[in-house]
Design a binder for this molecule. Structure first.
Ligand SMILES: *Cc1c(COP(=O)(O)O)cnc(C)c1O
Length: 366
């Protein structure tokens, strides 16, 4: 049987080679390697893509989250609400600014922040809510935005997995005060290296994030704010501008693969990603919920089918964050998902026949 990779960045590159190589060579010849015109143009194009006023490109999604929290004025003594079923970077960024992460569990069906559990988590110290659009599905933003507004709390979207996802006609990143994205190579929009960006309609947040990204400078060697070296490479700006022109077609391809998986898994009792009319899922990850996961994983590995778990340990149970004082049973939905999530291969260029191969391997012995 032909092996099925989990994702395939080489195939995408070979299709874009004719566009990417001249663009990269022209950056190399320009002598401008950090920030510069390609990065500025990408910021404008990406902000427009999200339906946001402006963007600040940086060197990773984690840096974007860090800058967003600082630009929103989050600091020591503040609490930031997020979910434990996320990549650790969400929580790491909250801790970088000295704030305390406060977890709210996810919903059984959407796997994103449960708005019904949000109100009780708010205290006088809550400064921000950071919903995560896990796997490419936007969290249920309306109730989150309503609760935040009532309480004077800022919303920062972790949209690292959700480029182009939509919720009631609005794009990921454009609903909160600030939205953050990652361009890690495996993300739906991936650089040829590391990258990230934040988008916002708030001119002040944009201006301070822009300064802090480059050592807090208003002009060379005039440091108005404590800052960081979070600049985006010019080469990544050039590559991302090209890839941005293809993202909608890639998303459609991901959605077709997901629809095929959905149809094969219907009536099997296997839980698949939730579908809703209000939301356009971009399937960064296609996860199913399986019991006896280790048997299924062993079978997939045996026949060479790529697979993953996003994520096997919720952040509240990670050793790195043990000082937050959480334990087993604190966030039962996240814990159950961590034990039963299984991510299947999905990428825009994935041949449809591979979906059947994967599905029959998953369903064998049933
Ligand atoms: C990838 C990711 C990040 C971090 O992005 P980097 O570019 O790797 O720093 C943050 N949050 C989530 C949910 C992610 O998936």
């Amino acid at each position: 049987m032909t092996p099925v990779p989990f994702l395939d960045l080489k195939t995408q590159y070979s299709g874009l080679r004719g566009e990417i190589e001249p663009a990269v060579l022209s950056v190399l010849a320009s002598g401008q390697y950090a920030l510069g015109p390609e990065v500025t143009a990408f910021e404008e194009e990406f902000a427009h893509y999200c339906g946001s006023r402006a963007a600040v490109a940086c060197n990773s999604g984690t840096s974007a989250l860090h800058l967003a929290l600082l630009a929103a004025g989050v600091g020591p003594g503040d609490e930031v609400i997020t979910i434990p079923m996320t990549f650790v970077a969400t929580v790491a960024a909250i801790r970088y600014v000295g704030a305390t992460p406060v977890f709210v569990d996810v919903c059984e069906d959407t796997w994103t922040l449960d708005p019904e559990k949000l109100a009780v988590a708010i205290t006088s110290r809550t400064k921000a809510i950071m919903p995560v659009h896990l796997h490419g599905l936007i969290a249920d933003m309306q109730p989150i935005l309503d609760i935040a507004k009532e309480n004077g709390i800022v919303v920062i979207e972790d949209a690292a997995q959700a480029h182009g996802a939509e919720y009631n006609g609005r794009r990921a990143g454009s609903m909160g005060a600030i939205g953050c994205f990652s361009f890690y190579p495996g993300k739906n929009l991936g650089a040829c290296g590391e990258g990230g960006i934040l988008v916002s309609d708030d001119d002040e947040a944009i201006a301070s994030a822009r300064k802090m990204r480059d050592w807090g400078q208003s002009q060379k060697y005039h440091h108005d704010l404590p800052g960081f070296n979070y600049r985006m490479d010019a080469i990544q700006g050039a590559v991302l501008r090209i890839k941005l022109r293809h993202i909608d077609a890639w998303t459609e391809a991901r959605r077709s693969i997901a629809a095929l998986y959905d149809s094969h898994f219907s009536d099997t009792g296997i839980q698949t990603p939730v579908k809703s009319n209000a939301s356009r899922h971009v399937y960064h990850v296609y996860a199913i919920v399986v019991s006896e996961r280790q048997n299924v994983v062993a079978r997939l590995n045996e026949v060479g089918i790529g697979n993953g778990i996003h994520y096997p340990i919720p952040v509240h149970l990670q050793k790195a964050h043990a000082d937050l004082g959480h334990g087993d049973g604190d966030f039962p939905v996240s814990e159950r998902l961590a034990n039963s999530f299984l991510s299947l291969p999905i990428y825009p260029e994935m041949p449809a026949e591979h979906v059947e191969t994967v599905v029959s391997a998953v369903l064998q012995d049933r």
